[in-house]
Design a protein around this ligand. Structure first.
Ligand code: XMP
Length: 326
């Protein structure tokens, strides 16, 4: 595919422009792929979801989507991928629940970089195993977007999508959103009919809830992160904050403190709420919540999430703090 620099093209801001882009890409994808098969790692994030929806329109069942559940996804995410792609869009979807594999490898690992390495490495391994089971795949689709290209050209980060697959697995790349910025990908996704909570979702790190369960990940503490995150997202949506606040999540650190519940002493974890705004993620400010919302969140989290007896709010901007805790 030839690279067209976005500064030489009209930014996609309307459904009409998105439709024109989709039509053009569908034609290009059909010309590139012919009657061959394409493989895609479908995380359920915006970019890979838009790529999947576009390829389903272009080549239907010639696309094989692999959704690897590493056990560190948010509540309801794997289910949504299965519902939207497996059922509604009738895609060729392979769902791999690799939760035990990931959590077993991560058991006892406290170093954040080591945790990231294990999650990234294991992900490639699971994906490659699935790919080897398939016959006749010639193409690998990726949700590479324009900032990824710019950042790799500038040497800021290695092209985050490109490869990592074993040497002997060579595919031709298919990258139908590579000339788009994130906001354009969202407009295209909406035009493709993907649900709003998929298209407008907040950024979510590759290592997932793993970095929000600081230190050695245990299943019970991970579950406390997942449940409290689900409550926070539900309350943000109810209170009109979804899509307005850039990123919000919960963290459950690995220490316990004393509390009291139903007249009995408890010894449980605190849950930290983080809600931030930014444009470039280099500097972030904190979103201040109303007292009513804070009170409501505290009440819901301590009553509904096992293992939590305190709720704290993180008022620290970046710098000096980073967004994530690891
Ligand atoms: P930090 O914590 O560095 O986060 O201030 C900045 C943004 O990057 C996201 N983030 C990650 N995304 N893999 C990712 O794909 C990672 O390992 C990772 N670490 C942080 C973070 O959620 C925030 O949006």
């Amino acid at each position: 595919m030839t690279d067209v620099r976005p500064d030489s093209m009209v930014r996609i801001t309307t459904p009409e422009l998105a439709r024109a882009y989709i039509d053009e890409q569908i034609e290009a994808l059909r010309a590139q792929i012919g009657d061959k098969k394409v493989l895609l790692a479908l995380s359920g994030g915006v970019d890979s979801s838009v790529v999947a929806a576009m390829l389903i329109k272009a080549v239907g069942k010639q696309l094989v989507c692999v959704h690897v559940n590493h056990g560190l996804l948010r509540k309801g995410e794997p289910e949504q991928v299965i519902e939207v792609f497996g059922k509604e869009l009738n895609a060729n979807l392979i769902y791999v629940d690799a939760t035990d594999r990931f959590l077993d490898k991560l058991a006892g690992v406290t170093d954040p970089e080591q945790k990231r390495k294990i999650i990234g490495g294991e992900f490639i391994e699971v994906f490659a195993e699935e790919a080897r089971k398939l016959d006749g795949i010639e193409f690998l689709a990726q949700g590479t977007i324009w900032p990824d290209i710019l950042e790799s050209e500038a040497g800021i980060k290695a092209h985050h999508n490109a490869g990592g697959l074993p040497e002997d697995m060579k595919f031709e790349l298919v990258e139908p959103v590579r000339i788009l910025f994130k906001d354009e990908v969202r407009v295209v996704g909406k035009e493709l009919g993907l649900p709003d909570n998929m298209v407008f979702r907040q950024p979510f790190p590759g290592p997932g809830l793993g970095v929000r369960c600081p230190g050695a990940i245990t299943r019970d503490r991970l579950e406390a992160v997942r449940e409290s995150d689900a409550i926070l997202r539900e309350e943000f949506a109810k209170n009109g904050l979804e899509g307005k606040v850039w990123q919000y999540f919960t963290v459950v650190p690995d220490f316990k403190s004393t509390g009291v519940k139903n007249g009995k002493r408890t010894f449980d974890w605190p849950c930290i709420i983080r809600a931030i705004n930014t444009t470039d993620v280099m500097e972030v400010t904190v979103e201040h919540l109303s007292d009513e919302l804070i009170d409501h969140l505290v009440n819901r989290i301590i009553t509904e999430v096992p293992g939590i007896n305190r709720v704290l709010f993180d008022y620290t901007p970046k710098p000096p703090a980073t967004v994530e805790y690891e």
